[in-house]
Design a protein around this ligand. Sequence first.
Ligand SMILES: NC(=O)c1ccc[n+]([C@@H]2O[C@H](COP(=O)([O-])OP(=O)(O)OC[C@H]3O[C@@H](n4cnc5c(N)ncnc54)[C@H](O)[C@@H]3O)[C@@H](O)[C@H]2O)c1
Length: 363
Amino acid sequence: MSRTVEIDLGDRRYPIHVGAGIIGERSLFAPHVSDRHAFVVTNETVAPLYLDRLRPALADASGVHIHVIADGERHKTLDTFAVLQNALVTQRIARDGVVIALGGGVVGDIAGFAAACYQRGVDFVQVPTTLLAQVDSSVGGKTGVNLPGGKNLVGAFHQPRCVVSDTATLATLDPREVRAGFAEVVKYGLIDDPDFFDWLEANAAALLDLDDDALTTAVVRACERKAALVVADEREAGVRALLNLGHTFAHAIETGTGYGEWLHGEAVAAGIVLAARMSHRMEWLAGQDCERIERLFVRASLPVRAPADLSPERMLELMSVDKKVRRGRLRLILLRGIGEAVLTSEFDPNALQATLEAGREAA
Ligand SMILES: NC(=O)c1ccc[n+]([C@@H]2O[C@H](COP(=O)([O-])OP(=O)(O)OC[C@H]3O[C@@H](n4cnc5c(N)ncnc54)[C@H](O)[C@@H]3O)[C@@H](O)[C@H]2O)c1
């Protein structure tokens, strides 16, 4: 059984279908591929696992071309983007062609950006196959690639026509990737949905064991929360920034440790706990709520501290290049309660310093 969440962006509204085993469902894809050329972008890991299951769903397309890219964040580059553009030309994909992204957030981001730019924009469909991509990157229309100078520095807003999230595809995912995606799920409960946080406390084990019902419930709820923020603020001028809860700390950890050592979601877990502890230090968040947050991540075997070798000074330096800095002032997303996140530059710098000093792993 599948469920559907609608992203209501007027004439660009689109459905997110969520359920176990839906990747091959022709009826979900037909409205977007019928009598059109489908250009599927996937990677070398996902292709052997899921291409054969997707193919029957594209039976109504007038032609299907498969483009396989190398696996990994380091290939989310302008070079790969250029290869995709040239392949779209070589395959004679016209303006009514449709790009289909089959894979995790890396494939989704680069395929979406290719679709945003090719002939000034063609349709695209997301078929996310990681938990992070199903609850976050496939929804909301942010696409892009990395530059040597930083992550996601070149990109475009380009909403998909449809998202098909088959939760059964998560069965082949590395458990570490599942846990990293779980951190992003918890984020939604903390931003503005305390009931969802309660539900996650009660259902964490089932979710991490990839129980079908638990997964569908969590992915649907996360997409509903993300949809609300995207609809309110498509281009991140305001409330959409709350989706970055924990991310200012997380990006500092990722850059400070060298990309690749920590998974993004792992850094987000530690970052959220640092934001919670700082909120507690400022007497915004009750001690018991701070402990509940930390306990949930510990249960999922996620890190809750910054690495020992990242000094508070280095963390601060790395945090000061965050995209949320405005007019030289660092802005942080902090918690006034579970389900009450706020973006603010009105924080106590001593509380930040003390949090960073206390929030490191033992050397
Ligand atoms: N656009 C957005 O709004 C947004 C939001 C958050 C993150 N992102 C981006 O998403 C990317 C991270 O995405 P991710 O965590 O999905 O990483 P990823 O795409 O690198 O996938 C993680 C790994 O899992 C493999 N994989 C994917 N699906 C699988 C499956 N079903 N079975 C087995 N292996 C599978 C991949 O090949 C890869 O090795 C980053 O580039 C980040 O910047 C974008």
